[in-house]
Design a protein around this ligand. Sequence first.
Ligand SMILES: [Zn+2]
Length: 114
Amino acid sequence: MYGFNPCPKPRHTLKKKRRLKDIPKDIRRFVYERDNKCCVRCGNPHNLQLHHIITKGRYDPRRYNFKQGVHDPRNLATVCVGCHRKIHDQPEAMLEMLEWQRLRFGEVLKYATE
Ligand SMILES: [Zn+2]
């Protein structure tokens, strides 16, 4: 019925490992330093995370001029846990972050720069 499996690996640990590897460490450190280790929305220095402004699901290398792909520092913002949740819950908070990105780094869409 079941094949012999001497050491089954639970799926979630594999997934977790890949998630941690997502943003390269040096980029992580660079973005935290750039944002003065504070949330860019509310200034909170605690419980910080990195937010992908263009989410991985929506990122398309043909549309955006990020040299380092979806993990490009220009596509990342330091935010606290509370703001991060808000950004993903509220469409207007998401738009706010897109505006923040545009003001801070300029136009990120390809067609606008060419
Ligand atoms: Zn915050």
